[in-house]
Design a binder for this molecule. Structure first.
Ligand SMILES: [Zn+2]
Length: 728
């Protein structure tokens, strides 16, 4: 029994079964029903979105024996022959493999002859941009004045490479990449029809990994079925795609924001035991930050994440500028990952840098921006809360402060306060109340960015000193010698109030203190640090810098550094232990399964290359590519024989990535040679499919030879339905 891949088996036979592309379906449907047919159609779009499928359905619509129709019958000989791929008047040409002018001439020479069976002679030219210049010229001549019985259906992933002369003679349809939701819906349908059990979350992952291509999603699903023995679970798909549990990213971010170095180290130690794909961890963290930034502008954005609650907390507790800063620091950490001595160091340094840069100036960054950015946001959300809450809260706080003396003259105090409040935050207040204008908000953001950069240098120094101290390194020049005057723009923006520094407790509702992430046992960081008012920034900031410098010699820091060193050492030992993995002996597998080797379930158990692919630091389509390949190493040359079905993934960038991944795995510089073949019998996926089939065959044989089963068959005329056997 040969297994038909899902993408082939579930290729739609009707426009109605086609996923997405409604604009094309409608246009073609109307053209067919009204018999207003153009002689050349060009379908463009990324791979696996249905270009050739649409072209084939269209060919059926034109040639169905029931007449030209948008709903071909699928029963007549023309329809069935087109489905089977042997209809004489449908000439499918893959331009990727036929670029010579003679080939095209041969084909086009026959254009003038009437169709032998159908109504129309349909030329379906796939990847038409690959034709040579001469071939294009030959095609152009025919496209100019085609005989009435000829239709050209051209498909390409790269319409920009087509000559304008060809483009202008075709009716062009741009097929859209499919959304993950559309793909997921289709996968659900297909798997239900196939009676394969699955977890919905696993399908969501597969849909995203397919990057808009339905065919790729079905190929990945094929792979998932083979690897999981027909029970597609979230964990299995995650492993297959080389993805991580996203909760790692969440835990690391929590530790980062809380500035809890011990917690961070513990998280990393746990992470190392389970995963080695650190770039993926950074990716997950970046995508959480991205969603949090979106969620600050629109509440619904958080719903895109499976960690909705966490994204909301992030959005509520971090200032927009701070999220941007984290994002930037982590993304640069990801860029530097390949240059790090090893991936763990790279990840650790990226996190330490993010920790070092941001939170010291956390309030300095957070407070002004929350005031400044809100006006811009108020175009999206009603401006009322920002304008109203602040004064009333300040009033309450002040009234409480002034205490009994002002209690009886409450009205006077209130008006005073409101006045001073207005002068204090002229920028924010007046802008919010007077219908905000974007340019002003933009200017303000600029000054606040300037403030951040001015602060950076100092923060960096302080942070470096702290880290150095933890590592027990002496610095040549004492950090405390640096002048503490920063940011001349800030005082003018936030005029100090006449009241004492504690008079106004801000607690602005739009940027509440990050209580969740507060580090409980940090004595040098009083809780008030997180709830500073804008006007306190400078004084408090200076104080903190001084405190920071003295803290270097502090006892608590020493304790911290000892704990840090201990955890760090343990981490490294663990990491080095785990590194030389893959020493398990391979099991024997000669292509058949019997009693001796029934424990063979996965290709990685019997094939060295398959085992290596399992450990590679890559996921998604490049993993799929390698699973469809057989490898042969000869010194520094690694020859990959790859199934032709994967050729569409090939590109210079893709090869560079493969090269990196493979060199990292083999730990030597490689010359990777890729050869394409119709089928690769020794690819991990082929081996896997063979194992699955062989196990099933073996169990079927056992059942058929079973005495009781034979008795049942003889006595009751029972039948053994081999299709229903499930091997675990
Ligand atoms: Zn038909």
């Amino acid at each position: 029994m040969s297994y038909q891949v899902l993408a082939r088996k579930w290729r739609p036979q009707h426009f109605s079964r086609l996923v997405g592309q409604d604009h094309v379906k409608t246009a073609l449907g109307n053209a067919l029903s009204n018999n207003r047919l153009h002689h050349a159609y060009l379908f463009t779009g990324t791979r696996g979105v249905g270009k050739t499928t649409i072209a084939r359905i269209f060919a059926k619509s034109l040639n169905c024996e029931q007449g030209v129709t948008a709903t071909p019958c699928g029963q007549c000989s023309a329809c069935t022959e087109i489905d089977a791929g042997n209809f004489v008047d449908l000439l499918e040409i893959d331009a990727a493999s036929r670029t010579k002018v003679e080939d095209t001439r041969d084909l086009l020479d026959n254009v003038q002859y009437a169709p032998s069976r159908g109504r129309f002679k349909v030329y379906l030219i796939d990847e038409v941009h690959m034709l040579s210049k001469h071939s294009f010229n030959a095609l152009l001549k025919t496209l100019e004045e085609p005989p009435p019985h000829v239709k050209f259906l051209l498909a390409t992933t790269d319409p920009q490479k087509l000559p304008v002369t060809v483009l202008s003679r075709c009716l062009q349809f741009n097929l859209l990449a499919l959304s993950p939701a559309q793909i997921e819906q289709h996968l659900t349908y297909v798997l239900n029809e196939e009676h394969i059990s699955f977890e919905q979350a696993a399908l969501a992952l597969l849909s995203r990994a397919a990057k808009g291509s339905l065919r790729d999603s079905l190929s990945l699903t094929d792979q998932a079925i083979a690897q999981t023995n027909g029970n597609i679970t979230l964990d299995a798909v995650r492993t297959m795609l080389g993805l991580l549990d996203q909760s790692w990213a969440q835990q690391l971010l929590q530790a980062l924001i809380a500035r809890d170095i011990t917690l961070l180290q513990q998280q990393l130690a746990a992470l190392v035991q389970q995963q080695s794909n650190f770039a993926q961890v950074l990716d997950d963290m970046l995508s959480l930050l991205h969603l949090a930034a979106l969620a600050q502008l629109s509440q619904q954005a958080a719903a895109f994440s499976q960690q909705q609650a966490f994204v909301k907390t992030l959005a509520d507790s971090l200032a927009p500028a701070q999220i941007q800063l984290y994002y930037q620091l982590l993304i640069s950490g990801k860029k530097e990952l390949p240059y790090a001595p090893d991936p763990l160091t790279g990840l650790e340094m990226a996190l330490l840098r993010a920790m070092a840069f941001v939170p010291e100036g956390k309030t300095a960054v957070a407070a002004p921006t929350s005031g400044v950015v809100m006006p811009a946001m108020s175009s999206l959300t009603p401006p009322a809360p920002a304008a109203q809450h602040q004064p009333t809260q300040a009033v309450q706080a002040l009234a409480a402060q002034h205490g009994p003396d002002t209690a009886e003259s409450g009205i006077v105090t209130q008006s005073e306060v409101t006045q001073s409040e207005v002068t204090q935050s002229e920028v924010t207040q007046s802008e919010v109340s007077q219908g905000v204008n974007q340019t002003k908000a933009g200017q303000n953001t600029d000054t606040s960015t300037a403030a951040i950069t001015a602060n950076d240098e100092l923060q960096l120094d302080a942070a470096t000193a702290r880290i150095m101290a933890r590592r027990g390194v002496q610095l040549n020049a004492p950090i405390s010698g640096k002048p503490v005057v920063v940011n001349p723009t800030e005082p003018s923006q936030s005029t100090p109030s006449q009241q004492g520094p504690d008079s106004i407790v801000p607690a602005a509702p739009e940027a509440p203190a990050p209580k969740k992430f507060e580090r409980p046992e940090a004595p040098e960081q009083p809780a008030s640090e997180y709830t500073l008012a804008p006007e306190q920034n400078d004084a408090a900031y200076d104080d903190r810098l001084v405190a920071e410098d003295t803290a270097i010699a502090d006892d608590t820091e020493d304790a911290d550094s000892a704990a840090y060193a201990a955890v760090s050492d343990a981490l490294w030992q663990q990491y080095e232990q785990d590194a030389p993995a893959q020493t398990e002996a391979l099991l024997p597998f000669d292509g058949s399964i019997d009693e001796q080797n029934f424990s063979v379930r996965f290709a990685a158990q019997v094939d060295a290359w398959a085992a290596r692919v399992e450990t590679l630091d890559t996921g998604g389509l490049s993993r799929l590519f390698l699973l469809n390949a057989a490898a042969e190493q000869n010194g520094n040359q690694l020859t990959l024989r790859v199934a032709q079905s994967q050729q569409h993934l090939d590109s210079p960038a893709f090869r560079t990535k493969l090269q990196q991944v493979l060199e990292a795995s083999f730990n030597l510089p490689l010359q990777v040679v890729i050869q394409y073949q119709p089928e690769v019998a020794q690819s991990p996926l082929a081996i896997q499919q063979r194992i699955v089939q062989e196990r099933l065959a073996y169990v079927s044989r056992l059942l058929q030879q079973d005495e009781k089963v034979q008795q049942l068959q003889q006595l009751f005329n029972a039948e053994l339905l081999t299709d229903t056997i499930v091997v675990n």
